[in-house]
Ligand binder design. Sequence first.
Ligand SMILES: Nc1ncnc2c1ncn2[C@@H]1O[C@H](COP(=O)(O)OP(=O)(O)OP(=O)(O)O)[C@@H](O)[C@H]1O
Ligand SMILES: [Mg+2]
Length: 455
Amino acid sequence: MQDSIESFFSELNQIPESRSYGRVSGVQGMMLEVSGLERDLSIGSRCDVIGRGNTRVTCEVVGFREARALLLPFGSLEGIGMGCKAELAATEPMVWPSNAWLGRVVNALGEPIDGKGPIASGQSPYGLRSAPPPAHERRRVGHKLDLGVRALNTFQTCCQGQRMGIFAGSGVGKSVLLSMLARYTTSDVNVIGLIGERGREVQEWLEDDLGPEGLARSVVVVATSDEAPLMRRQAAYLTLALSEFYRDQGQEVLCLMDSVTRFAMAMREIGLSAGEPPASKGYTPSVFAELPRLLERAGPGGGKQGSITGLFTVLVEGDDHNEPVADAVRGILDGHIVLERAIAERGRYPAINILRSISRTMPACNTADEEKIVNRARRLLATYEDMAELIRLGAYRRGSDAGIDEAIYYYDRIEEFLKQSKNERTNLETGYAELAELLDESWPLSDASGQEDRA
Ligand SMILES: Nc1ncnc2c1ncn2[C@@H]1O[C@H](COP(=O)(O)OP(=O)(O)OP(=O)(O)O)[C@@H](O)[C@H]1O
Ligand SMILES: [Mg+2]
């Protein structure tokens, strides 16, 4: 009771004391021009524009032109016309998360969209665009995190507080992999942002891939492709704000976002409407300034805080892994997982290209034995890949090179190991043991150097 009174009063404090308003003086595409509020508005401030028939649509200031403010809406502009009233809205956009959000699906405004009724607000507000903890206060990444997916656990080991990108073209298996991570990772809480997905797919993903067990320890934020760019952008901010809330409670948070590219596309739409010049592939400079600000919010916390392990999907259009968003994201994160169409086409899921993916916390997080076994498997794969064309053409004669013969011998076994159905969960320790077994080694490795290093 006390809590709800407190939260009521703090929400009350958010309401501005006096109401100022301006008028719509122009509409161009999705952009509104408002005059009369220039002195009260700054970039990022919000207005409620009241349309004919008393409909309200919240808008955000994205720029200024001559003496007028330029605003983009969070919803549809239907009913808005010249002279409509624009009221100055509450100051900074906030959310009031609580533990009651677990198991719920919300939109970018934090409103429930799962038909399970209202969600109880928490006691303290969280800014949607807060800054990451200062670098010097942050811990280093923690110990290994069990992701429940064999190929990742062994070849792209991820540590608590690490941030990784999952790069893939469309339909190569990003969403399925993400659902496996949400169900199998040993985290306390998942915060999942589905940004710019097709509406039909969201429900399917929630019901079939994530399932009730996965949803129970997750909060899902959804902004579908048909929603306004501001909603899609805000869904990404909300995903991070909720992750920060659970992190501040000392929890180990897994933050999943599908996809960062759609966030960048929303930023591009906003930037172009505000008159920013397009730079590479039409993306505006603000997109590249905003990406690190968003992604840096994931990571280890400081002091008693938990950490936010971030896994972000990046859609690489036309399977071009050097397109600008992929390039920018790769530079910000601590590792990348590449999913490849050719691998998916031959039916090996998750379609991870082991040799092109890296985790930057490796090898530091590995024991000598683990490092040895993983490196041996990698070397075999690399040798095979180098010769793959010749082997398939039948141009390689067995017996010509012992190293290549060995790679051919083990290749199918390694491929089999990398395959994992979406309903199968594995753990860190058995991953290494299985890898050692298929390479005909005993686990733990029995040779002298391995023993020494472990001691
Ligand atoms: N682990 C898996 N096991 C079996 N099939 C899989 C697996 N992962 C993906 N697939 C197949 O690949 C298809 C596409 O996967 P998914 O929807 O995850 O791709 P996506 O990269 O998210 O696509 P989009 O870019 O359209 O969002 C799935 O419908 C499924 O048939
Ligand atoms: Mg998908």
